[in-house]
Design a protein around this ligand. Sequence first.
Ligand code: SAM
Length: 327
Amino acid sequence: MTDSFNRQIDYVRIAVTDRCNLRCFYCMPAEGIVYEPKKDLLSYEEITRLLRVLGQLGFSKVRFTGGEPFLRKDFIKLLEHTAEIDAFNSIHITTNGTLLQKHIVRLKELGITKINLSIDSLNAERFHKITRRNDFEKVMQTFHLLIDNGFQVKLNAVIMKGINTEDIIALAELTKNYNVDVRFIEEMPFNGGYKENLEMYSAKDIYADLRAHYSDLKEIPSKHGDTANLLSVAGYKGNIGVIAAFSRTFCNTCNRLRISAKGKIKSCLYDDGVFNIRDFMRAGVSDADLADKFSEIIRLKPKDGFEAEKMRKAPETAMQSMSSIGG
Ligand code: SAM
């Protein structure tokens, strides 16, 4: 399906839970989080039904995220059902990597080998400071396990001034020996209420650090829907990406919809949710009704994240946690 700006929309990101076992300070408060009751989350049957309908509308790529997707009970069952939907030939997961290891064989069997692993620092102390948990070693083990098993890994690191800018080169250096994309993300204001330290370390700052260190950075042409501008260092196996998530410079190639754990559809990361597809489904609508609704939402997709932000009804949702949106 194409939207009114002639963008092909074929990618859906689904947050399967709002719960997480880490507490990254830029995403969630340390405590006092009120989780959604389980009955309010989309069930696996509901998610699979939505995917079938989206498949009929030409969607071919899905990413499961959260919260931490592996925290939801029987997440593998959802993956199994999704793998049975022919339309979705590209199934991706975004995870913190702490709970993945025991599922590695099943993931491989299902052909689900595209994993985005979030890791904001290669220094155990800084990792702890950012995530408020002691799981650095576990995440690194997961990284190596994925690589050793031939998974296509992308590492995501949110870069924050005064917190982990010194990790930029250390993380980029992973691309020397590993065929991975290491992607640096601008911090966004989706942090569940944390308001300090939003002094932006922008994509421009990240580029400047990379260019100061590497004299031979080459730009790699982007593919359909890429949010990262990719670069590579001569002779290195992997790529380095910069995602201007706050500056929003990539909206003209947007190809996605988001669905929150409670079934709220976001046609842009910066809108405050345009429709609750869960309630619509639970009211007993047909698949044709669902398809019509998705078509309407895609048609009305805003031009960019700035337009979406202007159209928000509730500005305070700027402080919504990314754990309910899914990144
Ligand atoms: N638990 C999984 C994980 O850690 O990857 C998936 C959910 S997490 C919300 C998805 C991504 O969103 C992570 O890479 C995380 O770093 C990123 N994220 C969360 N809050 C953010 C914020 N305020 N600004 C930029 N990225 C953010």
